[in-house]
Design a protein around this ligand. Structure first.
Ligand code: GLC
Length: 562
C-alpha cells in the first residue's frame, strides 16, 4: 500500500500508548508524576515507534476515582503541572511526530464540580438541569451498578433539595444530563479548547452511558443518542479534519456497531474490541484458538472510515463480563484463582505477564497477536517491559503502579522518599530490579525490543489495518491463522496458543506456486503449492508473520529454508 494513502487516515494504523501523567515520571521529586517528568520520556516512546499518546485524565480532581472525577475541564491538575507544562509536552511530542489524544470524561463530573455544587443548591438553580434528578429512584434500581463493591444504587438522595440524583458510577460522580442542549454545547467547548492546544482527538469514556436515557425528559421526545455522537464528530472534524474519537464501548457487537455511525462511519472513529479481547483470554486459558477465531469471524466489519481498536490490558479490571459464567470461571481458574485477584465478580486486577506465569514465549506471542490482528493496537504503559501488578493496592489501583525506568529507588520514577509514593511499585520478580526500561534496552531478547520490532513490522504492513481480512482454517485447533489483503498485497499471520509444537496448513485462495511466503520475523520462506497450500511448523507459543512475494523478491539467502 502507498504511504501517501495510509498516512491520510493516520489513526488506522497508529500505535496508541496510554499513560497516566501521575504515575509516569516525576520531574520535580515530590513523589507525584508530572508533565515535566513525562516530557523527558517522550523519546522512549519515539524509539519504540509509538505514533499516538493517550493521556489519562490530568484535570483538577479530588482523585477519588483516579482523576475520572473532574472539577474543572479547562485546567491542569496543579499536582501534575501547569497549562504551560502541558503545551510544552504537546510541542515536544509534535516535534517527534507523535500525536496526543486525551480522555474525554463527560458522562459525569465530580460532585465537587462548581456546576454540581450550584445544581444541588436549589431546585431552581441555573445548573439544576445539567444533572439528572428524580423524586424516586427508577423502579429497576439498582440494576446496572458498575462498582458493586462500593455502590448499591444508581440514585443518591440530596437532603437539601429533597430529590435523588443519578450516578452511573460512584455516588461522587453525578451524571451530566446530555439531553440538555446547554450541556452539549459545553461538551463541544471542552473539545474545542483542548484541540486549540493541539490534541488530535479523544478517548471517549463510558460511551453508551454518556447518552443513556434515564428518565423521560417530560415532553415525551427522547433525543437520539446517535445524533449526539454524529454532532460531536462533525464538530470535531470541523475544527480538525484528521482528529479522531476512540470509544470505550463495551457492548455486544450488534449494539456496538451502531456507535460507528452510518456507512462512512460518522460517529466514533474507533471502538475498542472488548469481545475479541475477552475471547483471546479464553483461548489462552484453553490453549485453543477457537474462541478468538469465532469472535473475529463474528465481528462486524466497521464502516469505511472507522476501525476497531485492539488491546491486551488497560487501566481498569480485565473485564470478562461478556463471557458466559462458566467461561469466566475458566479464565479465573487459569489466570486469577485467588479471590484477591478478582474484582466486581467479573474481572481480574492483574497484568498479563503475571497471569501467564512470566512465560516470556507466551507473552511475546500475545503481543505478536496484538500487532497483527486487524485493529489499531493500544498499549497500556508498562506493557512494553512486562510490568506486573501490586495486589497490596486497593481494587484497580493494583495495575496502576509507577512506570519502572531503572533498577534504582522507586524504579527511577521519582527521587522522592518511597514513603511519599502513592501507588507503590511491586517488589520481587516484577519489581524494578528485575523489570525496567534501561536493562531491556540493552538486552536483545527483551520484551521491549520484541515489541519495538513488532511495531516496525506492523507499520510496514498497513495491509493488516486496511485490508480485507479472513480467519483461515488450518487443521490445528491451537493455531489462529489470518490473512489480510489490500491493493494486491497479502500478509498472513499464524499464532500457536499451545505449549506443544505443532504443524498447520492453510489454503491461500488466489495464490499458487508462482509465489512464496516470506517470513518477516525470522529469515526464511515457505513455498506455496500449485493449489495454494502452505505448510509450516510452529514452536511452543510460536508466531510467524509472512508477506506473499514472488521468489525473485524474497530475501536472497532464504530460498527453500523454513
Ligand atoms: C471508565 C474508566 C474508568 C472509570 C469510569 C468512570 O470506565 O475506564 O477507569 O472509573 O469510566 O469514569
Amino acid at each position: 500500500m502507498r504511504l501517501s494513502v495510509t498516512s491520510d487516515l493516520w489513526w488506522k494504523n497508529a500505535v496508541v500508548y496510554c499513560l497516566d501523567i501521575e504515575t509516569y515520571a516525576d520531574g520535580n521529586g515530590d513523589g507525584v508524576g508530572d508533565f515535566r517528568g513525562a516530557v523527558e520520556r517522550i523519546d522512549h516512546l519515539d524509539r519504540m515507534g509509538v505514533t499516538c499518546i493517550w493521556l489519562m485524565p490530568f484535570f483538577p480532581s479530588p482523585d477519588c476515582d483516579d482523576g475520572y472525577d473532574i472539577t474543572d475541564f479547562y485546567a491542569v491538575d496543579p499536582r501534575l503541572g501547569t497549562l504551560g507544562d502541558f503545551v510544552e509536552f504537546m510541542r515536544v511530542a509534535r516535534d517527534r511526530g507523535i500525536r496526543v489524544i486525551a480522555d474525554l470524561v463527560v458522562n459525569h463530573t465530580s460532585d465537587r464540580h462548581p456546576w454540581f455544587l450550584d445544581a444541588r443548591s436549589a431546585r431552581d438553580s441555573r445548573y439544576r438541569d445539567w444533572y439528572i434528578w428524580s423524586d424516586e429512584p427508577e423502579p429497576d434500581d439498582p440494576e446496572g451498578v458498575v462498582f458493586p463493591d462500593k455502590e448499591n444504587s444508581l440514585w443518591e438522595f440530596d437532603e437539601k433539595t429533597g430529590q435523588y440524583y443519578f450516578h452511573r458510577f460512584y455516588r461522587f460522580q453525578p451524571d451530566l444530563n446530555t439531553s440538555n442542549p446547554e450541556v452539549r454545547d459545553e461538551i463541544a467547548r471542552i473539545l474545542g479548547f483542548w484541540m486549540e492546544l493541539g490534541l488530535s482527538g479523544f478517548r471517549v469514556d463510558a460511551v453508551p452511558f454518556l447518552v443513556e436515557q434515564v428518565t423521560d425528559s417530560g415532553d415525551g421526545r427522547l433525543p437520539d443518542p446517535h445524533e449526539f455522537f454524529a454532532d460531536l464528530r462533525a464538530f470535531l472534524n470541523r475544527r480538525n479534519g484528521g482528529a479522531a474519537l476512540l470509544g470505550e464501548v463495551n457492548l455486544p457487537y450488534d449494539d456496538l456497531v451502531k456507535y460507528f455511525g452510518d456507512s462512512l462511519g460518522n460517529q466514533i472513529t474507533m471502538c475498542f474490541d472488548f469481545i475479541g479481547m475477552q475471547n483471546m483470554y479464553l483461548s489462552l486459558a484453553r490453549g485453543d484458538a477457537g474462541p478468538l477465531a469465532a469472535a473475529l469471524r463474528e465481528r462486524p466489519r466497521p464502516p469505511r472510515d472507522a476501525h476497531w481498536a485492539t488491546f491486551v490490558r488497560n487501566h481498569d479490571e480485565l473485564t470478562l463480563d461478556k463471557l458466559s459464567d462458566s467461561e469466566r470461571q475458566e479464565v479465573f481458574a487459569a489466570f486469577g484463582p485467588d479471590e484477591d485477584m478478582q474484582l466486581y465478580g467479573r474481572g481480574l486486577r492483574r497484568r498479563l505477564p503475571t497471569m501467564l506465569g512470566g512465560d516470556m514465549g507466551r507473552i511475546k506471542m500475545v503481543y505478536s497477536l496484538l500487532f497483527s490482528l486487524p485493529g489499531t493496537p493500544v498499549l497500556f504503559y508498562g506493557e512494553e517491559i512486562g510490568m506486573g501488578e501490586n495486589l497490596d493496592l486497593e481494587g484497580r489501583q493494583a495495575v496502576r503502579t509507577p512506570m519502572q525506568w531503572t533498577p534504582n529507588r522507586n524504579g527511577g520514577f521519582s527521587t522522592a522518599d518511597p514513603a511519599k509514593i502513592h501507588n507503590v511499585v511491586p517488589s520481587g520478580d516484577y519489581g524494578p530490579e528485575r523489570v525496567n526500561v534501561s536493562a531491556q534496552q540493552r538486552d536483545s531478547d527483551s520484551l521491549l525490543l520484541w515489541i519495538t520490532r513488532l511495531i516496525r513490522h506492523y507499520r510496514d504492513c498497513p495491509e493488516l489495518a486496511w485490508g480485507d481480512y479472513a480467519v483461515l482454517d488450518c487443521g490445528a485447533r491451537s493455531v489462529l491463522a489470518h490473512r489480510a489483503d489490500a491493493d494486491g498485497e497479502t500478509v498472513l499471520a499464524v499464532h500457536n496458543f499451545s505449549e506443544r509444537e505443532t504443524e498447520a496448513e492453510v489454503v491461500l485462495e488466489g495464490l499458487d506456486s508462482s509465489k512464496v511466503l516470506t517470513d518477516l520475523l525470522v529469515d526464511g520462506t515457505v513455498e506455496i503449492s500449485d493449489e495454494g497450500r502452505a505448510r509450516f511448523r510452529l514452536g511452543r507459543y510460536g508466531c510467524r508473520w509472512f508477506r506473499v512475494s514472488t521468489p525473485e523478491t524474497a530475501p536472497a539467502d532464504s530460498a527453500g529454508s523454513s
